[in-house]
Write a protein that binds this ligand. Structure first.
Ligand SMILES: Cc1ncc(COP(=O)(O)O)c(C=O)c1O
Length: 380
């Protein structure tokens, strides 16, 4: 149906074989493959982190809030421009979400300034999102959280192996939360990883992941124990062996995949940066090594986004929006949320163009040529 899709999987026979081998092995619930996935993911991040593989990015965020004992009466600062998972988990633990605005129209990430404006005596934690795989300016944010005594959670759903001053995203705060959902840079279908440096917080998270139990099914299978205790209350947020096996294959591909994404984004920037009605955010930010999860552009106010999405669709180009404002969703219409004018304006004018590692430069050109044609511009 599409000439250029928004996203395509970069799977080949390696992922198929990994799943088949796992199924054939006779062990499919969380076990040795998941342990290996955790260890290799932690090694990639460095910094001596523990990695805990889970069933989704949302599960990792929920576990982070539970691990930090955040609940009723607490305020949690989250970006105004992000996926609903961040506001949902805050509401789910009974805390109050408070919105930090984007830095500006060039830097869509939250900044120490936009976070600090929202701190009150009730603020207990901050969730930052490295939007689109572009790291936030972490020195200032870490300093702010330390100075004001706030927990810091990094939502790294867009940012596996993205770095700020050479240090991996996910290793700056109390917990780092990764998603391996289908369209992510590292994709297993549904899955996630929670990382942290503090052993006590890691142990707490492991209890939440598996019913608060002292032993896993695998331990009983291997004869390491005949029973278990339930030491805490917990949930079932475990990953399984098929997903971990795919995760290991995808982890091997990640560096190349991120490089390929960079090449494609450079081509987009070359082709689109002179168009008056389009501005490209998050370029030329200092001290960062982004991983180019999506390619967002900002349309000038006179462009009708719905019309443009339709015109692109007529030419076989899929596009999307990251993200609608929370207020636009029924579930958040009636809860008191503070204003975030920059994010709200971006939410009305943002358009995401196709980007995936197996995309060709020809396909990038096709998207750009369609934009020239629709906006009646000379091709470059
Ligand atoms: C910024 C952000 N946070 C959290 C999530 C949730 O991850 P998952 O879909 O794995 O639960 C996503 C996924 O789309 C995301 O983009």
């Amino acid at each position: 149906m599409w000439k250029v899709q928004l996203f395509k999987l970069n799977y080949d026979e390696k992922e198929s074989k990994a799943v088949k081998d796992t199924v054939d092995s006779g062990w499919i619930t969380m076990g040795e493959k998941s342990k290996e996935f955790e260890n290799r993911f932690a090694n990639m991040l460095g910094e001596n982190v523990s990695a805990i593989a889970v069933s989704s990015g949302t599960a990792s965020l929920h576990m982070a809030l539970l691990g930090l004992d955040i609940g009723i009466g607490d305020e949690v600062i989250i970006p105004a421009l992000t996926f609903v998972a961040d506001i949902n988990v805050v509401k789910m633990v009974g805390a109050t979400p408070v919105l930090a605005d984007c830095g500006n129209f060039k830097n869509w990430n939250v900044t120490a300034e936009t976070i600090e404006e929202q701190i009150t005596p009730k603020t207990k934690a901050v969730i930052v999102v490295h939007f689109g795989g572009y790291p936030c300016q972490m020195d200032e944010i870490v300093e702010l959280c330390n100075r004001r005594g706030l927990y810091l959670i990094e939502d790294c759903a867009h940012a596996p192996d993205a770095r700020y001053r050479g240090k991996a995203c996910g290793t700056f705060g109390d917990y780092g939360c990764f998603s391996f959902f289908t369209n992510k840079n590292l994709s297993v279908g549904e899955g996630g990883m929670l990382v942290c440096k503090d052993e006590r917080l890691a142990l707490k998270a492991k209890y939440f992941r598996s019913h608060g139990m002292s032993a896993l099914t695998l331990d009983r299978h291997k004869g390491r124990t005949i029973s278990y205790d339930v030491e805490h209350i917990g949930l079932n947020y475990r990953i399984d062996e098929m997903r971990s096996a795919i995760g290991l294959v995808q982890l091997d591909k990640l560096k190349n995949v991120n490089k390929q994404r960079e090449l494609l984004v450079k081509r987009y920037i070359d082709k689109l940066s002179d168009i008056e009605d389009i501005s490209i955010p998050l370029v030329n930010l200092e001290n960062i090594e982004p991983v180019y999860h999506i390619f967002p552009i900002l349309l000038s106010p006179q462009i009708d986004r719905v019309w443009l999405i339709g015109e692109l669709k007529n030419r076989g180009i899929q596009s999307s929006i990251h993200y609608p404002a929370f207020r636009d969703f029924t579930a958040f219409r009636d809860i008191a949320l503070n204003d975030a004018p920059v994010a709200e304006d971006i939410a009305k004018r943002e358009l995401t163009l196709p980007l995936y590692p197996t995309m060709s430069l020809y396909e990038v050109d096709l998207v750009c040529d369609s934009l020239y044609e629709i906006l009646e511009l000379e091709r470059v």
